[in-house]
Design a protein around this ligand. Sequence first.
Ligand code: NDP
Length: 290
Amino acid sequence: MTASLIDGKAAAERLRADVANDVANWKAETGRVPGLAVVLIGNDPASEIYVGSKARQTVAVGMRSFEHRLPAETSQAELLALISQLNADDAVDGILVQMPLPPQLDANLVIEHIDPRKDVDGFHPANAGRLASGLPGLVPCTPLGCMLLLQSVRADLAGLHAVVLGRSNIVGKPIAQLLLKADCTVTIAHSRSRDLPALCREADILVAAVGRPGMVRGDWIKPGALVVDVGINRLPPDAAGKSRLVGDVAFDEGRNVAGAITPVPGGVGPMTIACLLRNTLQAARMRSGA
Ligand code: NDP
């Protein structure tokens, strides 16, 4: 059996086109344009690439992008003051503070300072609580992207057993909540779980969000399962000096067993920014009551 590939790049392109269309309609109705503020502290090269890409894609779907670049030595008080200013700015519908932060800054305090109605990352405890309570709110982008990919393969996930590997606040836990909301039976596994291969073999849906290259082997996968690989791991350069990205699933093995599988790169990754744009439009609509 060879799994069908879940093409995240194409799905993200479609999602961005839908968002662009909705932004144009919303602008025609309200005269407003959604705005996304991205705050980058320091000059981590990977973060600079993400922030640049977020800004470009924001403008490409017709929204306003506000970039705030602060020096690496920015104090907690200075960052919180900027967030307060963005919270109060009516042109800003979404606020994203790029992680990781320099060591003197407390990520939890920073997240809690963002107005939950503008928390387009969906990391604020108010939004995490709303998700866990089944209330509408802003949902973290990568988990949302995973769900959209799964539902592109199978619209109704009710009754399926989903195993989520990883329990972080930004990926594992929110994915588990979304799967539960979609009426799956959900198991969350982590570094202290026993017999991961046997747990995973039970899964109709297997989501790997661990950060360990190729950890999920082919014989961990139930034949025909839907496999979503969230992991992004950069391997050290090979003999030719080339480094490459791989997921948490041993892809060549997994694709021989799974029913459908997301590749890395080109699976979950591209959906993340597209979902950020979707969240920004949703935040703008929620704030305007539309
Ligand atoms: P974290 O490091 O925050 O969490 C990793 C989770 O995996 C933890 O819950 C940890 O368990 C668990 N884990 C670690 N080792 C093992 C193991 N040997 N067996 C079982 N469970 C294990 O990572 P994130 O959730 O932030 O990210 C996970 C992966 O997803 C990373 O590769 C990251 O790069 C990628 N990612 C991709 C995104 C995208 O856009 N596609 C966005 C965000 C992340 P415990 O809690 O017990 O420590």
